[in-house]
Ligand binder design. Structure first.
Ligand code: AHR
Length: 628
């Protein structure tokens, strides 16, 4: 028996309350969201032919480069033997996914080499049996670099295809920046995003989009940190960088994990705009990943921090500056004269120690001086549950950051017992950004159990929306053949996408975030695990309805009665949409082959006078709209 107080309108729920955390981990960017199908397209990985198979006469060159930051290119020449041929083949990202009737734009920068006579190359899409799916010829007509393009149509579906470029004439051609994109990208953009993945992100209705990570912001060392300035401008000249996830744990090694930066800061801002989410870039604070206390060479000395701070200031100008400003002009030249209206910046990812605090202080001073309207997000360290990193909160308060980024990858028990985590947080200090969290089961599964426990915990986020202003599950994306970390919100292969039960929990919250908190209590206290039940409610002023969310973590179904108190006498309430996420047992998960084992379904409840009666099934998360 619960009561829902309708008299008092609670604190506003921020539009940023439920969002997305994007990091290029698990092949989330190259090989994932970024729709480019060619790995090492500019031959500038340290092993220049990584991802490529060669036959015949192929030479790697970097003299007179066309793109100074990606200088390498190849020259294909006739082998001068009647039985030999020259060709290069690219393996894509664990294969190239082709769809029947799908169209693919091949492009390459090319010139004839050592001859002014026109040369010919043949472009083959290959299936996983090495058979040609389709082919087209391109004449390379000039000894000057030019971009050539053809569109190829696949007649079959194959997740593990390849691309071959075959020299079809007797001379030599130079090739640079070999690219293959599906023409059907998200919003139809040329340097675009994989449509199914981007739509899956947008379908959550995220209120905030944090990018570009995670640990990759910091890099394995300072040299490989994420430098946003390398990720803008023409894609051909964005220098390749090693991924932090190139090296993961001792037993997993990803030698081919690099960042092309084809998906860079401009594209991240654009995606935020497309999704209606506030962009939240996070910048390096001058400490490399996880080395704060160990390796001096991974700290930028304080007296050398200025360029890093300047990068942050320039980023704000890039996002928001007028077209007449230096960086605003760069944005405009890339196709977006209007500002992106960035409001938040994160400084440092998951840092700790005094090394972090002094650096954050320097950033904060500079940003506040130039852009007082920008909200600054500091960090509470890797784990914010009563361990040694908790001491950063007082430091964050002293610095008066606007939000503190907390991360918790915790076991199921933690998630259940922490639903009241924010009930007694200080209301006067910075707000909370739950920037990375996920329920980690011993087998790290994305099953109903982890999803349900997250849903239960999230009732506490919702109840405390006056202080919790942003929340983002992590990590977001994982390629089934190239992951380093699990669980993840969305899994994919080269052709399809699988939404986890955890995804649906996020979506149910985000699509039903409401506009104000509401007081839902049982005998004066919120439901935080009594009898296995967790519940919270919000009011939505646009729809004039209450939305009640209930997580039942026990095996038995439970009858829950919710009486609305304080209703105006004559007010009649009625039932709106009701949705539940449940399955026969906690271990059930979705797979790429069976993506619909658990999906939200319509459910119902009854209303009698001012009381809502709900049967919350065993192991279920459900929500109920009550219209006024
Ligand atoms: O989400 C995976 C990693 O976990 C992030 O890169 C890092 O911030 C955290 O340690």
């Amino acid at each position: 028996e619960l009561t829902l107080d309708t008299k008092k309108t609670g604190a506003p729920v921020q539009s940023t309350m439920y969002g997305l955390f994007f990091e290029d981990i698990n092949f989330a960017a190259d090989g994932g969201l970024y729709a480019e199908l060619i790995k090492n397209r500019s031959f500038d990985f340290p092993q220049n032919y990584m991802g490529w198979y060669l036959s015949g006469n192929v030479e790697l060159r970097k003299d007179n480069p066309l793109f100074d930051k990606n200088p390498h290119y190849v020259v294909l020449s006739d082998p001068g033997h009647p039985h030999k041929r020259t060709a290069i083949e690219n393996e894509g990202f664990r294969g190239i996914g082709f769809k029947a009737n799908g169209t693919y734009r091949f492009s390459v920068w090319a010139k004839t080499s050592g001859t002014s006579e026109s040369q010919r190359i043949r472009i083959d899409l290959l299936d996983s049996k090495n058979e040609i799916i389709t082919t087209q010829k391109i004449d390379i007509t000039s000894p000057e670099w030019k971009k050539y393009e053809v569109v190829l149509t696949s007649k079959l579906t194959d997740a593990k295809g390849r691309l071959r470029i075959f020299l079809d004439s007797k001379g030599s051609v130079a090739l640079e920046h070999v690219s293959l994109f599906p023409t059907d990208t998200y919003k139809g953009r040329e340097n675009g995003l994989r449509k199914d993945l981007a739509e899956t992100l947008a379908d959550i209705h995220p209120g905030v989009f944090r990018f570009p990570g995670g640990c990759i912001i910091e890099g394995t060392d300072l040299e490989t940190r994420y430098n946003w300035k390398n990720t803008i401008g023409p894609v051909e000249n964005r220098p390749v960088n090693e991924s932090r996830w190139h090296y993961t744990f001792p037993h997993r090694f990803f030698p081919d994990y690099y960042q092309s930066y084809g998906l860079g800061f401009y594209e991240y801002f654009l995606l935020s705009e497309d999704m209606g989410a506030e962009p939240l870039p996070v910048v390096s604070c001058g400490l490399a990943c996880q080395y704060q206390n160990e390796r001096e060479e991974c700290h930028v000395p304080l007296n050398e921090l200025q360029p890093y701070i300047q990068d942050a200031l320039d980023l704000i100008e890039f996002a928001n500056g007028p077209v007449t400003s230096t960086w605003g002009k760069v944005r405009a030249d890339m196709g977006h004269p209007a500002p992106f209206n960035m409001k938040y910046i994160g400084v440092g990812n998951e840092q700790w120690g005094d090394e972090y605090v002094v650096r954050l202080e320097a950033f904060t001073k500079a940003i506040r001086a130039k852009y007082p309207e920008i909200k600054i997000i500091g960090s509470s360290g890797p784990s914010a549950d009563g361990d040694k990193f908790d001491y950063l909160w007082p430091e964050m308060k002293k610095l008066k950051v606007d939000l503190v980024d907390e991360h918790y990858y915790k076991d199921p028990e933690w998630f259940l017992k922490s639903a009241g985590r924010y009930d007694n947080y200080d209301r006067k200090g910075p707000a909370v950004f739950a920037g990375e969290y996920a329920c980690h089961l011993p087998n790290r599964a994305n099953n109903l159990k982890s999803a349900l426990y997250e849903a239960a915990f999230m009732t506490g986020l919702e109840r405390n929306a006056d202080i919790v202003h942003m929340t983002t599950y992590a990590p977001l994306l994982a390629h089934i053949d190239g992951w380093q970390w699990r669980p993840d919100l969305i899994w994919f292969d080269n052709l399809s996408v699988m939404k986890t039960p955890n995804y649906y929990v996020q979506q149910m919250y985000a699509q039903n975030a409401g506009t104000n908190t509401a007081t839902l209590i049982q005998n004066g206290t919120p439901l935080t695990g009594q009898d296995g039940l967790y519940a919270s409610a919000v009011y939505d002023k646009e729809q004039n309805c209450y939305i009640v969310k209930i997580a039942n973590t026990s095996a038995d179904s439970k009858d829950v009665k919710i009486t609305l108190t304080g209703l105006k006498k004559q007010a009649a309430i009625s039932l709106g949409d009701c949705t539940e996420l449940t399955a026969g047992n906690l271990e059930i998960e979705n797979t790429l082959a069976e993506p619909s084992n658990i999906t939200p379904q319509k459910t119902t409840a009854t209303i009698d006078g001012s009381t809502l009666s709900v049967k919350a099934k065993g192991f279920s998360f459900s929500l109920y709209k009550i219209k006024l």
